[in-house]
Design a protein around this ligand. Sequence first.
Ligand SMILES: O=P(O)(O)OC[C@H]1O[C@H](OP(=O)(O)OP(=O)(O)O)[C@H](O)[C@@H]1O
Ligand SMILES: O=c1cc[nH]c(=O)[nH]1
Ligand SMILES: [Mg+2]
Length: 236
Amino acid sequence: MSNVTTREGRPDLPMQGVPQPGREQVLNLPRVHISQHPVMVHKMTALRNKHTPPPQFYRLVKEIGSLLAYEATAQLDLVEKVIETPLESMTGYKLAGGIGITPILRAGLGLAEGFREVLHDVQIWHLGLRRDEHTLQAMEYYNRMPHNVDFQICYVVDPMLATGGSAIDTVNILKEKGVRRISYACIIAAPYGLLKLRQAHPDIDIYIAALDERLNDYGFIVPGLGDAGDRQFGTF
Ligand SMILES: O=P(O)(O)OC[C@H]1O[C@H](OP(=O)(O)OP(=O)(O)O)[C@H](O)[C@@H]1O
Ligand SMILES: O=c1cc[nH]c(=O)[nH]1
Ligand SMILES: [Mg+2]
């Protein structure tokens, strides 16, 4: 982070002087769900701790992904299913099909695994976006969206909502492709990126494990957890 420099060797501070909303200004935005679950709060502290090594960090991202999935799937459609219990037959319910998950590579991979452990029958639509650390603009480098996106819902998952650029671009890509219903889930959001995403896409639900204070001058979330991709995959 502190070694981010321009080619001329000067520090590059893309968020320096940029006005940012405070937490209180985004706490009550419509269709924004911030987890209050004590198990989530507990796991978040372990995740943020700089002494948590990559294997444990990845496992925590997956577990937090499963907890987020549980909260984000409360409105999913069900269809009837007749089954036999050991005593008699009954009509139960199963999840209606057509669930897509779009992890924003790379850091979204662990979250997608957590979602998959809860939902099982899903398609994974990988999308690679990388944030240029000097300009903070997201650049697309990989796209495995299928031809048929006539699905019930697609969940976009990415641990960090910082300036909001990666999330906004991803939702734009899914909408241009024709995806009808989109939800977004992240682990940590900065108020700045959350407000941008809410304004750009007022029609999506947003699920967050923790809302942090602000972005620092480099565009990193504070207190945050550092670089979610590097910490999952050990590439420091
Ligand atoms: O809200 P934004 O300002 O767009 O920043 C958030 C993005 O930055 C991180 O990815 P990164 O570019 O570091 O790629 P990585 O997953 O390969 O590490 C993160 O996982 C988000 O995708
Ligand atoms: O704090 C941040 C911001 C963007 N991406 C990360 O991985 N961490
Ligand atoms: Mg990264």
